[in-house]
Design a protein around this ligand. Structure first.
Ligand code: THU
Length: 134
């Protein structure tokens, strides 16, 4: 897995973030099963609540391209120490990976965590009716 390429994609798309309210820019890059990289940035909204995080934007891009299994995700901010994805994004990422590396990157360093460590006991919906916690 080319971690540098994934981090670089997240860093580049961060420049496109629409974050006039928080001024906190985030870039994300998801590695699909084909090896293709899908990117997303945070897109804020005047309502605040309609804001979309970078990670979810990247996941939506992957799904729209017809891929539904993520191999890894990189999140890029200018924070030191690095930030971790918000709770909603963790759950959305877990829809497309039982577990995967989550690369938390900043301008001068990165660290890697597992999605399972970031989201233990994730919610899993069984269409037959019962719910499980995986
Ligand atoms: N944000 C993300 O893009 N990803 C996260 O995991 C956490 C927060 C964005 C949303 C909002 O535009 C800004 O960061 C401040 O919360």
């Amino acid at each position: 897995m080319d971690l540098e390429a994934l981090i670089s994609a997240a860093r580049d798309v961060r420049g496109k973030a629409h974050a006039p309210y928080s001024n906190f820019r985030v870039g994300a890059a998801v590695l699909g099963p084909s090896g293709r990289i899908y990117v997303g940035c945070n897109v804020e909204n005047a309502t605040y609540g309609a804001t979309i995080c970078a990670e979810r934007a990247a996941v939506c891009s992957m799904v729209a391209a017809g891929e539904t299994k993520a191999q890894a995700v990189a999140v890029f901010t200018d924070c030191n120490p690095v930030v971790t994805p918000c709770g909603i994004c963790r759950q959305v990422l877990s829809e497309f990976a039982d577990d995967m590396p989550v690369i938390l990157a900043g301008p001068s360093h990165y660290s890697v965590m597992s999605l399972a460590a970031l989201l233990p006991n994730r919610f899993i919906f069984n269409p037959k009716g019962a719910v499980e916690n995986g």
